[in-house]
Design a binder for this molecule. Structure first.
Ligand SMILES: Cc1cc2nc3c(=O)[nH]c(=O)nc-3n(C[C@H](O)[C@H](O)[C@H](O)COP(=O)(O)OP(=O)(O)OC[C@H]3O[C@@H](n4cnc5c(N)ncnc54)[C@H](O)[C@@H]3O)c2cc1C
Length: 404
């Protein structure tokens, strides 16, 4: 049986960040990370999945939520040092255009730009046309064109960078799936599906949408299926869209209320795709939420990841994409499933659970990729030292248990 001081369970964006921060701040602690690699074939895989099997996640500071903005800013400030130490590039400064014709949102983003002051310019529809001739917005639109560090990160590469630094510093990684966590005596006994048994004093649970599968007392954590569309780009379109930023847009008078889009990015199959998804603000949308399917069981999770997501939503995105980039010539379109886990209050859960040995850093609410380094850092400090080391209010991040 292996033993360690702290086990980090789940090596996605948040868990891998926590592992690195523990390796930097507590070199004398024996820390172990447990989590499987990405499956080779999603359609036949029978294990767990994640929210990060992709090539692009938007990163930006401009965020109507002060808390999310602060988490993003703190994370972004460390990207360059992490790239330098790991030798892995994951951050691409292509900018992020945030457009809307919804009056309340215009006021909200304007206030946020005034408060946060990220490097940006405010464009009207004609300004957008001049800066990005391939994009079409009606005259009612305003767009904040964020520059500086805004753009996208490659989530697979970010995790590779975090794990490289952590393992270079001696952290042990077990690429297996945890099947149970039992509080026994002064510590925890952690078992994996593959048969390993680990004794740990404490654990930091960062298993994303799978956290509840490992907890006796369940969290208020809504696991939701999310469909993405991938539009395959020919070389002429890659050239025409070379200056395209990441885009987040909301629409006052449209079947699609909000979407996000990445510029053409190379994928592991050798092709280049524009990736887009429909969003909303999960915590504020009236039920039923149009773009997300609630997932209640492990069986449903498997079925969801073996599917291609929802066809009706993919069709909606295809229409929206053609409208935003008129004349776009895609070689092919396909959709894919992804997963979002929402907390009760719309912010991550970073907390100690009631047994005092299991800590949580989870619930990305669809926003955590860019901010994962800071969420992981705060979770690592809380778990290792039992201290809240952040200027953000600890109460905002409390775990909420599900009603029985
Ligand atoms: C389509 C899509 C687009 C998104 N776009 C953006 C964006 O543009 N910008 C942004 O900031 N955020 C974005 N997000 C959100 C972001 O990707 C998530 O918030 C983030 O991945 C959450 O990180 P996590 O570490 O909590 O979960 P994950 O990244 O899912 O990692 C959880 C890990 O836990 C592991 N695990 C699960 N069960 C077990 C177990 N039993 N034992 C061991 N390990 C286990 C999994 O293998 C996985 O590696 C997007 C999400 C989706 C789905």
């Amino acid at each position: 049986m292996t033993s360690c001081d702290i086990a980090v369970i789940g090596l996605g964006l948040i868990g891998s960040a926590a592992l690195r921060h523990m390796s930097l701040s507590f070199p004398n602690l024996r820390v172990c990370g447990i989590g499987p690699d990405e499956p080779d074939d999603r359609k036949t895989h029978a294990g767990v999945f994640s929210s990060h099997y992709d090539q692009g996640r938007i990163t930006r500071i401009l965020d109507p939520s002060q808390v999310w903005g602060a988490l993003a800013r703190a994370s972004i400030q460390r990207y360059a040092a992490l790239e330098a130490e790991s030798g892995v590039k994951f951050h691409h400064r292509v900018g992020c255009l945030r457009a809307t014709d919804i009056p309340e949102e215009i006021a909200e983003i304007d206030a946020c730009a005034e408060r946060e002051r990220p490097p940006h310019r405010l464009l009207d529809a004609a300004g957008v046309k001049a800066a990005y001739p391939f994009l079409a917005f009606s005259d009612a639109f305003l767009a904040w064109d964020e520059k500086g560090a805004a753009g996208y990160i490659n989530p697979r590469s970010l995790i590779a960078a975090q794990l490289k630094v952590a393992t270079d510093r001696g952290t042990h990684v077990i690429p297996e799936i945890v099947s149970s966590i039992d509080c026994l005596g002064a510590g925890l006994t952690i078992r994996t599906r593959e048969g390993s048994v680990l004794r740990a004093r404490k654990a930091l649970l960062a298993a994303g949408g799978y956290c509840n599968t490992l907890l006796d007392r369940k969290l208020e954590l809504q696991t939701k299926g999310h469909t993405i569309l991938l539009a395959e780009m020919p070389s002429e379109e890659i050239e025409r869209l070379r200056a395209m930023p990441a885009i987040i847009s909301a629409f006052a008078h449209d079947a699609v209320s909000s979407l996000y889009m990445l510029p053409p990015l190379p994928y592991p199959d050798g092709k280049t795709y524009i990736k887009l998804g429909l969003s909303g603000r999960p915590q504020e949308l009236p039920a039923p939420e149009p773009y997300f399917d609630a997932i209640h069981s492990g069986r449903q999770l498997l079925d969801w990841f073996h599917s291609d997501g929802r066809r009706d939503i993919a069709a909606c995105m295809r229409t929206a994409l053609q409208r935003m980039i008129p004349g776009l010539k895609a070689l092919s379109y396909h959709s894919a499933p992804c997963l979002i886990s929402n907390s009760a209050h719309g912010k991550p859960y970073i907390d100690a659970l009631e047994n005092g040995r299991i800590y949580l850093a989870t619930a990305g609410n669809g926003y955590a990729a860019k901010s994962s380094d800071e969420i992981g850092r705060i979770g690592a400090m809380l778990c290792a030292k039992n201290e809240w080391q952040s200027d953000l209010n600890r109460e905002d991040f409390r775990a909420v248990y599900a009603q029985k």
